[in-house]
Ligand binder design. Structure first.
Ligand code: ADP
Ligand code: MG
Length: 289
């Protein structure tokens, strides 16, 4: 039988958006000393925003942004949506073409333009004007896209960032107040991107460029250091790590696989919910001893 106090707190939990799937996981939560967050969509918004427009000499920012938005208008890619959203106006483009994994191409006034990343530059064998490279370097951790005219000239660069969730900072402060000594982050993203987020949030350690299949090994490594680990994530690629952790927490509109592998599910994507689980765990199990 389920002790009454736990049945009650499970009901309280459900009201606060905490779904307890595994009561033992909830019980373990009160003794956790490390919380490992997945980055994208958990600590960050999971969507990019345009943060800088860098025009080559002889071009202006409004012009290059509206050209890039015209080229991207028909693209479904999240990076394209960020550029289109940031442009106050855009001319009409024709002949839209998607270059998978590299960028997009279209005609504006019958002149060919492309927007894409480093792979597109390599394919077209283009060099970036030093002024652009220098300014782009001021945005560490950003995704850089380039606007290319006539397949020959790089006329602008755009820096886009997946921003830290505003609630993430408070979530981390709350966890520290609850005595969590190790607040960590894991991601498949490049190290400079991960380091930027970690510095912004004051995290204790970061694991970057981790392949999906290796995320659960990272959890096991932490456990072998003697840490009790709660892992927080939402993606399919987080599922094995959620299952491996002492407490697996699926967050927000997580994938079904993540939810299946987790012991506790948070209804919202707000990382402050993790502290709610700790408090619930301590309140529920203290009463029983
Ligand atoms: P991922 O999902 O890992 O970002 P994609 O295949 O979607 O991989 O994109 C890989 C890269 O191709 C992007 O990082 C970007 O540099 C470039 N790219 C893809 N689509 C676009 C687009 N619509 N506009 C500009 N660049 C793009
Ligand atoms: Mg993609």
């Amino acid at each position: 039988a389920i002790p009454l106090v736990i049945a009650l707190s499970t009901a309280v939990a459900a009201k606060s958006g905490i779904l307890v799937k595994d009561r033992l996981a909830l019980e373990r939560m009160r003794t956790v000393d490390a919380v490992l967050f997945d980055k994208t969509g958990t600590l960050t918004r999971g969507a990019h925003a345009l943060t800088a427009v860098i025009a080559a000499p002889g071009h202006d920012e409004d012009e290059v942004l509206s050209l890039a938005a015209a080229v991207e208008a028909d693209s479904e890619h999240p990076l394209a949506r960020a550029i289109v959203a940031a442009a106050p106006r855009r001319p009409q483009a024709t002949g839209f073409q998607s270059l998978t994994g590299r960028g997009v191409r279209a005609l504006i006034d019958n002149r060919p333009y492309a927007v894409g990343g480093p792979a597109l530059l390599r394919e077209l064998d283009l060099t970036v004007p030093p002024e652009i490279t220098k300014s782009a370097a001021e945005w560490p951790g950003a995704v850089i896209l380039y606007l290319i005219a006539a397949d020959t000239e790089v006329v602008a660069a755009f820096a886009l960032r997946d921003e830290v969730r505003p609630e993430a900072r408070e979530a981390i402060a709350q966890l520290r107040a609850e005595g969590i000594t190790q607040i960590l982050m894991i991601t498949g993203d490049a190290k400079p991107v991960a380091d930027e987020v970690a510095a912004e949030l004051g995290l204790d350690e970061v694991f970057a460029e981790v392949l999906p299949a290796d995320k659960d090994q990272a959890v096991a490594d932490l456990q072998s250091r003697g840490l009790r680990v709660a892992m927080v994530g939402d993606g399919v690629n987080d599922a094995p790590a959620l299952a491996r952790a002492d407490v697996g927490i699926a967050i927000g509109a997580g994938t079904d696989v993540a939810i299946e592998s987790a012991g506790v599910v948070l209804a919202s994507s707000d990382p402050r919910g993790v502290t709610g689980i700790i408090r619930l765990s301590r309140a529920s199990y203290r009463k029983m001893i």
